[in-house]
Design a protein around this ligand. Sequence first.
Ligand code: HEC
Length: 225
Amino acid sequence: MSYNNDDNRRQLLGRLSRRLAYTAPVLMLAVGGGAALQAAAEGSLSQAGKAAMADLSEESWLLASAHAEGGAEAEAEAEGEAEAEAEGEAEGEAEGDVSDVQRPEGYSPAYSEDGENAPELLARGEELYYDTSLSTNGLSCASCHGSDGNDMGYSATFEQPFPHEVAMARDQFGMDKVHADEMTQICMVAPMAAEPLEWGGEQLTSLAAYMVEVQRRFAGEPHGL
Ligand code: HEC
């Protein structure tokens, strides 16, 4: 494998910066991630690759501490668009675009945000929540948000019923409020580094329905899980 090629390097850096910016703060993998990055930097990379990795590594720690907000900038840098985007102008479009994650025209969700979702839908949502094949980086929703009802990786905004304001949605996609399906899409395209799910498809519908109940559990309210 060679990273002499600029495109390859950019892609690698993009992947690494995404992992660091999102995985590290949530999973507290900062130390392990750093060691891996260091190993990579000392390993098989070209001189240019090593230099870029060293830069990235240092920067990523800052970004990781700055939490998800750093993701937009790390990504922009990695894509070589630092000039335009790091200025903040297009900060909302780090990974994917708002059109990937915002409910499209004419779409009406097949789940309810007031609860009232069928147990089968919730069971399917739970199954997908643990499914690493939804991501391109080996993560499942549970990798960051916890297993067996131990909810983690959420901000205090998650105590509010959907739709509500979420920092990642606001900072990276310029969205004031998000629905459960939109938040699912955001985590699909950003931390999971994948394509958005099909709007109205069974995967998005059941995952969003499941997250509605997780939100209630997180808020300490009666829920259907
Ligand atoms: C690499 C870590 C990571 C993975 C994997 C991940 N998320 Fe997230 N998720 C986050 C972070 C970070 C936040 C906090 C965003 C914020 O508050 O700005 C978040 C927040 C959320 C929220 C709550 C936002 C709110 O306040 O309402 C939901 C819902 C959510 N994620 C769903 C999912 C789903 C569904 C999946 C799997 C498809 C998933 N996430 C995968 C990192 C991750």
